[in-house]
Design a protein around this ligand. Structure first.
Ligand SMILES: *[C@@H]1O[C@H](CO)[C@@H](O)[C@H](O)[C@H]1NC(C)=O
Ligand SMILES: *[C@@H]1O[C@H](CO)[C@@H](O)[C@H](O)[C@H]1NC(C)=O
Ligand SMILES: *[C@@H]1O[C@H](CO)[C@@H](O)[C@H](O)[C@H]1NC(C)=O
Length: 349
């Protein structure tokens, strides 16, 4: 019916420019009258307006969508405008001369307020012809947006399952900023027994441990976000198996025992070999105080270089060899470290 009407109309409108070839003008007039009585008014020579114009929001975006106007027309482009509810007229331009049937207003570099009320309109253009504007519904962003499902992941820990929830990403703002009282409704059930599902609602944390579960059992979990307006789409059900009830405490005990055993062994070794260790770190023969100071002082660069490049004077060299109790200090050894730890230690002999 529609395509017949369309075809007839286009031939009629062509007939207004050229003499009708196979249809009389009277016939055309009759059909035009008939079709305007039956369907939406289509005026020949004027581009009809886009239809089914709707403003939608998913995860706080703002998208205007429409259907192409009825009737044949080639190379139609669309222009959109929008306004917030407080504005009298459509004072903001959305997309200009686009050929697709939607315009993502929230993607444009325009400020959209998370609690704002918006309305859009669209018109079609083809060549020099413009259609009338078609207005959309009005939406209130936070109230009408469709909240996507949260992302849920599970990890089993013995006979408990930890549920981690990630909020959907919003185009404008964030879930917790838009919906201050958002909570999670966590539904879980034994795999294959959905009808016996249990729910924990009013949950605010995004990590929750389910611990009233049977060991060695597969559970499935689904989460929905509850807000003061619409609830979110429920997440896909994800499943995970619990393991032995004892496993987690046993593993923890094993790790703790290992750490304690290593610590005790270290303490015993330290006590038993205390003398050897302190001898190693602090040779019995102490350096004369003035020489310690000399060694600890940062090397005077010219003297240091002279000592490196030529044979040092005998007196200094002899004094260096005093501290060597079975080993000699070599160039580049950490003198400061050995010296400072010894000077602080009480004499153990
Ligand atoms: C959009 O298209 C109309 C007519 O098709 C043209 O007059 C106008 O300049 C175009 N605007 C832009 C921004 O391209
Ligand atoms: C977005 O708009 C602001 C001001 O309205 C401007 O400073 C900024 O450069 C624009 N960014 C882009 C990517 O167009
Ligand atoms: C939580 O979700 C379950 C399952 O969809 C439902 O039966 C229950 O009513 C919900 N509870 C709340 C407080 O929304």
């Amino acid at each position: 019916m529609v395509s017949l009407k369309t075809a007839t109309l286009s031939r009629c409108s062509a007939g207004t420019l050229h003499p009708p070839t196979n249809m009389s003008a009277a016939m055309c007039a009759f059909i035009l009258t008939l079709s305007s009585a039956l369907g939406p008014t289509v005026v020949s020579g004027v581009l009809s307006a886009p239809t089914h114009v709707r403003l939608t929001s998913y995860n706080m975006n703002l998208v205007l969508m429409w259907d192409s106007p009825e009737g044949p027309a080639s190379s139609i482009v669309y222009t959109t405008e929008y306004k917030s509810s407080v504005a009298v007229s459509f004072n903001k331009v959305g997309c200009l001369n686009i050929s697709n049937l939607e315009c993502d207003l929230s993607h444009l570099n325009i400020s959209i307020f998370q609690y704002g009320k918006y309305m859009g309109r669209v018109r079609a253009q083809s060549g020099t012809e413009s259609s009338a504007w078609t207005e959309s519904n009005q939406i209130t962003l936070d109230k009408d947006t469709i909240i996507g499902s949260p992302d849920v992941s599970l990890s089993s820990n013995g006979a408990a399952i930890e549920v981690s929830i990630k909020d959907p990403v919003f185009m404008i703002s964030a879930l917790r900023e838009v919906y201050h009282s958002a909570t999670y409704n966590i539904t879980y059930w034994q795999h294959g027994q959905r009808e016996k599902a249990r729910s924990n609602s009013n949950i605010q944390q995004n990590r929750v441990v389910l611990n009233d579960l049977d060991p060695w059992t597969k559970y499935c979990v689904q989460v929905q976000i509850i807000t003061e307006w619409n609830p979110s789409k429920p997440s896909a059900a994800v499943c995970e198996s619990t393991t032995s009830e004892e496993e987690a405490p046993w593993v923890a005990a094993g790790v703790t025992f290992g750490i304690v055993a290593i610590s005790v062994a270290l303490v015993v070794v330290t006590v038993v070999y205390r003398k050897h260790i302190s001898h190693f770190l602090c040779p019995k023969d102490a350096l004369p105080q003035h020489f310690k100071e000399y060694l600890l002082a940062p090397p005077n660069s010219s003297m240091y270089l002279a000592m490196r490049n030529s044979h040092p004077p005998d007196e200094i060299y002899n004094q260096v060899s005093i501290i060597a109790d079975g080993r000699t200090l070599e160039e580049g050894q950490p003198l400061e470290a050995a010296g400072s730890s010894c000077s602080k230690q009480p004499d153990t002999t």
